[in-house]
Design a protein around this ligand. Sequence first.
Ligand code: THU
Length: 165
Amino acid sequence: MSTDILQSNDESHVSRACETYSLTTTQFHALHSRSSAAKATAYCPYSLFRVGCSILTEDGQHIDGANVENASYPVGTCAERVAFGKAVTEGHKKFKAVAVATDISPPASPCGMCRQFIREFCELPTPVFMFDKDGAFVVMKLEQLLPLSFGPEALPPRGELPAKA
Ligand code: THU
């Protein structure tokens, strides 16, 4: 990732990002601390690459997740998909921001599969914060990370599904 867009965690950069994305600094710091703390829950014995994710819901709750690997390597799941799977199955439908934290600098960005997974549940202007090991960050809107994206509204409308017994 280019370092030109890397922002330090000093308060002037933090408050500018918060203004741009209509977040409070408390929400920003929670996104940072929770995504960083979630790294400790990663199961990554093969890559040793810890990823933590924290999602801020529209009503101010945080749902966290981390990557979960598997001896059959492609079966492993990224932190973002673990966190969104938790959030959605816990009934959350609207999201305000996403944060991803890794132990590297400059920070890692969500993989292509995760960008598409996030696209299912978040509006295109939703900010995705990418934190490095020291709390410096890059922030981009989902639509910048996944331009010309394909989403649920592209599919033809479906009739009401029959009620399940
Ligand atoms: N990983 C994530 O959790 N999120 C991403 O967006 C990129 C990669 C994980 C998958 C795997 O467990 C490890 O990082 C190394 O690829």
